[in-house]
Design a protein around this ligand. Structure first.
Ligand code: HEC
Ligand code: HEC
Length: 334
């Protein structure tokens, strides 16, 4: 009798210890593996929190409690890189080890606390993510469909870039719309992605300017295309059509007409190591070969399969005519 009671008590005791142990482990390792997270930016994500929520009392000339939070170095003085839990600044905003939670009125949001914690655990680095604005570079006007500041037309110059590089299947088309963004026509582009007049506040521009988009397995936009998008937004992001500058008089050459048609509508999928079907459309020799065997013309006319694949990005009948004329006049290079 006495023996079984002892066993029961010690069983209860070890269960309790096991439980406490589990709780301890859970608290220590709450599953936040900071190395797999995107680096937190000091300049755009962390600094604003300290400036808005702490610097009034912990500024350059007014450092309550002997601590200051007005620039990177002053903040770093209260931070132990890679160790948020033992950082004075983190303890203060979570109220751990201090009698008073900081800020004294209006605690930081959970999101702000997590950001600060991840930033510290990632090494509290002075990461800079501010986008340096790309200067408005005049785009080569001799290019067909060339888009200089003031003369960028959405339908003619911008939409083909977007539908061939972004609105493709599996990315931002009507079916998949990754991250909630659909990029198939003017209305969809203007939803959340563009702030007319401010390219640098427009996610459409910042994403391509930083080469975050298209993703790494895809061909990035050329500088000329990025500039066109910049100029278009800068000039009000209007839904301009522009009467086509496509001209079928005179002699067609690769340099003057053909390479522009292909680079605006095709090379995003037909260049480099990942060229679709191995069809390269970014150099004269390969374009000539694919013209001679008929595959380019049959693709743009939709005879075998439609190219470009998205209906919205079909090239115009005038451009198809230019391709035909180029072929019949001997596929001149210059
Ligand atoms: C309204 C003013 C005010 C704001 C805003 C404020 N603090 Fe404080 N803080 C104080 C005062 C006052 C003390 C000194 C308290 C004491 O010594 O008892 C203090 C003390 C501290 C200390 C403790 C220093 C030490 O070693 O004892 C830390 C760390 C701290 N604050 C961090 C922060 C952070 C981080 C923020 C912003 C998220 C912040 N505070 C916002 C007023 C403020
Ligand atoms: C969004 C990506 C994309 C764009 C833009 C694009 N293509 Fe393609 N292209 C493909 C894919 C994918 C295939 C392979 C299709 C298949 O095998 O079903 C392909 C195949 C081809 C082929 C081979 C056809 C065959 O019968 O094997 C040609 C030629 C071609 N494209 C020409 C063009 C031309 C010309 C343009 C521009 C006017 C263009 N493509 C634009 C994705 C693209």
């Amino acid at each position: 009798m006495q023996g079984s009671k002892t066993i029961r008590i010690s069983l209860k005791l070890s269960m309790a210890l096991l439980f406490l142990g589990l709780v301890y482990i859970q608290c220590r390792h709450d599953g936040l593996n900071v190395t797999t997270l995107k680096p937190v930016c000091f300049d755009t994500e962390i600094s604003p929190i300290f400036l808005n929520k702490c610097a009034t009392c912990h500024g350059q000339n007014r450092s309550k409690g002997g601590v200051a939070f007005y620039d990177y170095n002053s903040i770093l003085a209260s931070v132990k890189p890679y160790d948020a839990q033992n950082s004075k600044a983190y303890k203060a905003i979570t109220g751990k080890g201090f009698t008073q939670l900081m800020p004294p009125k209006g605690a930081l949001s959970e999101n702000e606390r997590i950001l600060i914690r991840v930033w510290i655990d990632q090494g509290a680095k002075n990461t800079v993510c501010t986008i340096t604005p790309t200067p408005v570079v005049p785009v080569d006007t001799t290019r067909t469909g060339g888009s200089t500041a003031g003369a960028v037309c959405f339908q003619r110059d911008i939409l083909p870039i977007l539908t061939s590089s972004c609105g493709t299947s599996g990315c931002h088309d009507a079916q998949t719309h990754r991250e909630g963004y659909t990029i198939i026509d003017y209305a969809s582009v203007m939803t959340n992605l563009v702030k007319a007049g401010s390219p640098n506040s427009s996610r459409l521009y910042t994403a391509v300017a930083n080469n975050n988009m298209p993703p790494n397995s895809y061909t990035k936009l050329t500088q000329a295309k990025k500039d066109s998008i910049y100029n278009w937004i800068k000039n009000g992001a209007l839904n301009g059509t522009c009467t086509s500058t496509c001209d079928t008089t005179g002699v067609m050459t690769y340099q003057n007409q053909i390479s522009a048609i292909l680079s605006n509508n095709c090379v995003s999928c037909h260049s480099g190591a990942n060229a679709q079907k191995g069809v390269l459309l970014d150099n004269y020799a390969s374009v000539k070969a694919n013209m001679d065997n008929g595959s380019i013309l049959s693709a743009v006319k939709g005879i075998t399969l439609q190219m470009p694949p998205t209906p919205a990005s079909k090239i115009s009948s005038c451009q198809i005519r230019q391709l035909e004329l180029w072929k019949s006049s001997g596929e001149l290079q210059n």
